[in-house]
Structure formats: structure tokens, C-alpha cells
Design a protein around this ligand. Structure first.
Ligand SMILES: [Zn+2]
Length: 384
């Protein structure tokens, strides 16, 4: 057993459910904060728990370069290394290789790329991406895919989609052969210190999700979905979106792709979005989303509130004694004033990044809580 997925309520296309992973349950639709380097920048794990984060995302590419997969594997896997007892999802590293490396070289076998840190040469393949993700030991791991660039001509999109399908088969084959090697697997003895981060049952394995590509072509997306489903995965992601295309097109492709995905498997839309967008995609039947936006924007003083975006650096907040968001019950809004947050940001205090990130994550998590509640009430995915 790897994961189970239960749909508990539906409203229109939207669904509210529960993803049961080896490291706990995740209520869906869910927004997954990004913890690139085994850390959600600025926020400690105990605070993430208090905020109600049930699943985090880790980036294989970054962890592979620093501190290295073998190091984390030897330390018991990512859960134990970062002292995070709840669920984790890792990406395959493919997206970062494509987005951070202009000098990459793609062949049938895999991708050769240079480290953005020191220029050293590395190689990722479906097999090495599986090996890395098994070593990290996230609950959900992703097939190695090629993220097709935008714009791209029809022939290029098809070739890229075909490559992703061949890599999906290789990913699955390699995963099936090596899934018992996960650092928290049945063969790993139980150490007392491991208890808080060990899975609920020792015989559990990770779950490998497939990724649908096909660029901005609805027919290719359909074909990619059908052929990925033929290979067979416990969950499906929609990749290759939010790569510079207009938002209306993203929505169109999400909507048309979701229609070809099985209703009883979790659907993960990679790399989105704004608070409005995550509500919209939940309404289209998406169950899982991730994005660096709330955490990255927070570090730049851009805060999401019930009344829209607030740029806390602005001088107009210097004497503002009100909370950042009067409707937000988070630990930041219930304690500090806009004037104080503005002062911290203007003074370049580390605390500014911490408090801003805590609020933005709270806002996203509250948004998804409201969406789940609204779906349960049969009112679709919307803010209450
Ligand atoms: Zn708040």
C-alpha cells in the first residue's frame, strides 16, 4: 500500500476528499507550501504544524546538489532529516533542470546539465530521478518528465510529449524494482528517535504519480492523459503549465485535461497559483497544488489579504496601527500592526520575512479550508 484517496463531497466539478499517506492524512483540495531545500524559507517546522500544513513539497534538484541525496538517505530520509512527521511530496528534478539550466542537453537517455551553484556537470535520467526520490523518501514522488517550453511548435510539443511518455514508463519500471529501498521501509530497523517521523505502518511504500504534458494543445493533452493512464499511476499531475502562457489558456488546458483524468485518483496541478487561481482550479476538480508565490512574495513584502494585495513597504503604512488583514486570524494579524510590519521590512529585519511568510501561508491555507467547507456544503469551490 502507498496511498489511498477518498472523495467525501463533490459540488459541480469540485471535490473535497482525503489523501491517506504513510505520514498522515491530507485534506483536499490542498495547497502545498514549497520547502525547496528541506525548509520553507523563514518558517520552522513547529510553526508549519501549527498553521495546519499537512503536506510539504521538496525539490529533488536542489537537495541533490545540497546536501546531496546520499547524505539525506544516510540520515534516515527527508522526514527525519528535517524533523517533519507529516506528508512530503518531491518533484523529479526535471522542472528545475529545465528552468535553471540554459546549457542543458536532452537526449533519449536523460538530461545533462550544469549546477547553478558551481557549474559542475550532472546527469538526470528517469532512473536516477527515481533513485534520488526513493533516497529522499517523500510519500509522493513524481515521474521524470520534460517540461515543454512555451511557445513551442506542434512537432516539438508532440516529440516532447512522446519523450515524457517513454520516460514515464522507465520511471515506473525503475520505481517498481526499487521501491522497497525507501529509507523508512520495512527493512529499516526502528530506532527510538525515528518514532515521530516513521510511517504509520512499516510495510508502506511511496506513491509514484504520472505527469501529463502536451503543451497548449488540447488534443495532445488528451492523448498524453490517456497514454499516461494506460501506464498506470495512483495519481496524476498536470505539468507544463504556468510557463508563461496567458492565464485564460492555462484554465482552458486544465479544464480540458481534467476531463480525461480518472475521477477516483488525486489530480495535482503543478506550480500554481494566486489565491484566486487556486480557488478556480479547485473548482475545476484539481485536488493538489503547489507554488512558491506565497512564500516568495512574502519575502518581497507582498502580502495577500481578504482585501487584495498589500505592498507593506509603502510609506502609507508607517503609522497604520491596524492589523495587516482584519479578517485574518493568524498569529501575525492577531498580534502586530501594519506599522510594525512596515518598519521591519524597511529595516531589512529577518523577522519581516518570517512574519510575512507566516501570514501569506496562513492566508493560502485558510483559503483552501474555506474552499473545502464550501464544497462540503454543495456550494462549489469558492471563498465563503
Ligand atoms: Zn494573517
Amino acid at each position: 500500500m502507498s496511498i489511498a484517496f477518498k472523495i467525501e463531497a463533490t459540488s459541480g466539478e469540485a471535490r473535497a476528499g482525503r489523501l491517506i499517506t504513510p505520514h498522515g492524512e491530507v485534506e483536499t483540495p490542498v495547497f502545498m507550501p514549497v520547502g525547496t531545500l528541506a525548509s520553507v524559507k523563514g518558517v520552522s517546522q513547529d510553526v508549519l504544524e501549527e498553521l495546519g500544513v499537512q503536506i510539504l513539497l521538496g525539490n529533488t534538484y536542489h537537495l541533490y546538489l545540497r546536501p546531496g541525496i546520499e547524505q539525506i538517505r544516510k540520515l534516515g530520509g527527508l522526514h527525519r532529516f528535517m524533523a517533519w512527521p507529516r506528508a512530503i511530496l518531491t518533484d523529479s528534478g526535471g522542472f528545475q533542470v529545465f528552468s535553471l539550466n540554459e546549457l542543458r542537453k536532452v537526449t533519449e537517455e536523460g538530461v545533462t546539465f550544469r549546477s547553478h551553484l558551481d557549474g559542475s556537470s550532472h546527469f538526470f535520467s528517469p532512473e536516477s530521478a527515481m533513485e534520488a526520490q526513493i533516497g529522499l523518501g517523500a510519500d509522493i514522488i513524481m515521474a521524470f518528465d520534460e517540461c515543454t517550453e512555451y511557445p513551442a511548435d506542434a512537432e516539438r510539443v508532440r516529440q516532447s510529449m512522446e519523450l515524457t511518455l517513454r520516460w514515464a514508463e522507465r520511471s515506473k519500471k525503475c520505481f517498481e524494482e526499487h521501491k522497497e529501498e525507501v529509507p523508512w521501509g520495512a527493512h529499516c530497523g526502528s530506532r527510538e528517535a525515528d518514532k515521530s517521523v516513521r510511517p504509520t505502518r512499516a510495510d508502506q511504500t511511496q506513491a509514484l504519480f504520472g505527469i501529463v504534458q502536451g503543451g497548449m494543445d488540447a488534443a495532445l493533452r488528451k492523448e498524453s492523459a490517456e497514454r499516461t493512464i494506460e501506464i498506470g499511476f495512483p495519481g496524476y499531475a498536470i505539468g507544463g503549465l504556468s510557463v508563461g502562457e496567458p492565464r485564460a489558456l492555462t484554465r482552458e488546458i486544465v479544464e480540458s485535461t481534467v476531463a480525461h483524468l480518472p475521477a477516483d485518483r488525486p489530480r495535482y496541478l503543478m506550480g500554481v497559483g494566486t489565491p484566486e487561481e487556486i480557488v478556480e482550479y479547485a473548482g475545476l476538480g484539481i485536488d493538489m497544488m503547489d507554488c512558491v508565490l506565497p512564500t516568495r512574495a512574502a519575502r518581497h513584502g507582498l502580502l495577500f489579504t481578504s482585501e487584495g494585495k498589500v505592498s507593506i513597504k509603502q510609506a502609507r503604512y508607517a503609522g497604520d496601527e491596524g492589523p495587516l488583514d482584519a479578517k485574518c486570524g493568524c498569529r501575525v494579524c492577531s498580534r502586530y500592526s501594519r506599522a510594525y510590519l512596515r518598519h521591519l521590512y524597511a529595516s531589512n529585519e529577518v523577522l519581516a520575512q518570517v512574519l510575512n511568510t507566516v501570514h501569506n501561508l496562513s492566508f493560502y491555507l485558510d483559503t483552501m479550508r474555506a474552499v473545502r467547507h464550501s464544497i462540503a456544503l454543495g456550494r462549489g469551490a469558492r471563498f465563503l
